[in-house]
Design a protein around this ligand. Structure first.
Ligand SMILES: NC(=O)c1ccc[n+]([C@@H]2O[C@H](COP(=O)([O-])OP(=O)(O)OC[C@H]3O[C@@H](n4cnc5c(N)ncnc54)[C@H](O)[C@@H]3O)[C@@H](O)[C@H]2O)c1
Length: 354
């Protein structure tokens, strides 16, 4: 199998690429290496993926994915922006992918208040080139990243794909919700299997410098105060990256099919008469933000100085995932508690930065 992973230099994309290589898939990793955050971290993730593919990285990675005697897949990096229409068309033409995992996007809720056009370029125009490539080259399955942010103003917990997600509170979520709708039109018109996964606060080694765990760790180690928004009253469905990776690959292996029970007179929001599916991919076990910080303090052996602040514009107070549909479709079972996941993050952070 040859798989295109977009956002391969990113946090989740680099882990997904490693998993696919471990089980012998050939991977083309695409990324524009933009400077939304430290480019050298993106380059280091890519070097790690390349070293794993060519056998020079000795670390044990996703061993459960490797069948005995199965050689690793090959990896090739393509530096390109999704919105490069001609370049994307040529890439799809040349490579004839069996599957596509679209993780490249302008991420982050807060940044979408300051740089809205970045979201339209990468997440809307960019996503369209991916849909077009899949359409014209009969890609077997497109899996793409959506987000828990699409639940927006909805506070009906746990968030379920059976509930509407139509009241966006920031442009980031609006672009991701738009991806789900764009994918539906392509699945409907061209019988193109697509699956959207709504990720819930992903964390772990090689994580994103703009996310809370990274910011907190950096500040605590430097003896600086941490900003705790919503006065610490957030609940978050923190999801460990290895659980996410297994769910993403299991979803790729389960191409969306038409839902025979779907009723156009009473349309269920997460399936369709077209080969189109939406799933939540979270931990299914929300934790209070203050508990997350406490575990981090334990792992670092140092207390944080906390700067309590009101909720940020565009944010939501709580997230909690019902992962029932992904479990039914693929057997997805996240099982990493924050005590284990945060410890692994801290071990990585110290080995990488200190
Ligand atoms: N990490 C989370 O908690 C989380 C939560 C919800 C959704 N998501 C979604 O999951 C996906 C992966 O997130 P991540 O945390 O790994 O983010 P990331 O920023 O680390 O990875 C995204 C990668 O895509 C690349 N990229 C961005 N725009 C591009 C473009 N136009 N063309 C080519 N490459 C481009 C970036 O350089 C980056 O390396 C994103 O779609 C994000 O919106 C992540």
């Amino acid at each position: 199998m040859k798989i295109l992973v977009t956002g391969a230099a990113g946090f989740i994309g680099s882990h997904v690429a490693l998993y696919l290589l471990a089980r012998g898939n050939d991977v083309v990793g695409l990324d524009n290496l933009n400077n939304y955050y430290d480019v050298s971290l993106k380059e280091a993730r890519l070097r790690r993926v390349e070293a794993f593919a060519n056998g020079s990285l000795k670390e044990a990675i996703y061993e459960e994915a490797q069948a005995p005697g199965q050689p690793r897949g090959s990896f090739r990096f393509e530096k390109m922006a999704l919105e490069n229409r001609d370049g994307m068309a040529r890439l799809f033409e040349r490579e004839q992918f069996d599957g596509v995992i679209n993780l490249a996007a302008q991420a982050g809720v807060r940044h979408s208040l300051n740089a809205p056009f970045d979201y339209i370029d990468s997440n809307i125009t960019g996503f369209l080139t991916v849909l077009e490539g899949c359409r014209h080259h009969k890609v077997g399955h497109l899996v793409y990243a959506s987000t828990s942010s699409v639940y927006g103003a909805n506070t009906n917990m746990p968030f379920s794909v059976h509930n509407p997600a139509d009241h966006q509170v920031a442009l980031y979520g609006a672009t991701k919700r738009a991806n789900e709708l764009m994918a539906h039109s392509y699945s409907h018109l061209f019988s193109m299997p697509t699956t959207g996964l709504r990720f819930f606060t992903v964390y772990g080694p090689w994580g994103r410098p703009d996310m809370a765990l990274f910011l907190f760790t950096d500040a605590i180690l430097k003896g600086k105060p941490i900003n705790v928004f919503n006065h610490g009253h957030h609940m978050r469905d923190f999801t460990y990256v290895d659980d996410i990776v297994r769910g993403v690959v299991a979803a790729l292996d389960t191409p969306a099919t038409p839902d025979k029970t779907w009723d156009s007179a009473n349309p269920a929001p997460a399936s369709s008469s077209a080969p189109w599916r939406i799933h939540n991919i979270g931990n299914g076990n929300p934790e209070p933000l203050m508990r997350y910080i406490e575990v981090l303090e334990d792992c670092l052996g140092k207390k944080a100085e906390k700067n309590f602040l009101p909720m940020q514009a565009g944010d939501v107070p709580d997230t909690s995932a019902s992962v029932e549909t992904l479990e039914l479709a693929t057997g997805y079972k996240p099982d990493t508690p924050i005590e284990v996941g945060i410890r692994r993050f801290v071990d990585w952070y110290k080995s990488y930065y200190l």
